[in-house]
Design a protein around this ligand. Structure first.
Ligand SMILES: [Zn+2]
Length: 79
């Protein structure tokens, strides 16, 4: 294996690690401010503290473009 291939593999692993960390970490809640927001589905985030559900990016609550994409999802609140 050439040196080039080794470096390419390391880069890939580094990127995968970063994504993994983002998926597992908790984010500050836009509603209550507590760092309890966890990814629950594709682009869906829920706060373990206040129970709020937000739509955000796939791997982090805010999108790479920097805009505030998180918004409260009114999900069957009166059920
Ligand atoms: Zn909250």
């Amino acid at each position: 294996m050439s040196k080039r291939n080794v470096r390419y593999g390391a880069e890939l692993r580094k990127r995968a690690d970063k994504v993994d960390t983002l998926r597992q970490s908790l984010f500050p809640c836009p509603a209550c401010g507590k760092k309890k927001v966890k990814r629950t589905g594709n682009s869906l985030w829920s706060c373990k503290s206040c129970g709020g559900v937000f739509a955000g990016g796939t791997y982090s609550l805010s999108t790479p473009s920097g805009e505030v994409a998180a918004r409260l999802v009114e999900e069957h609140k009166n059920r």
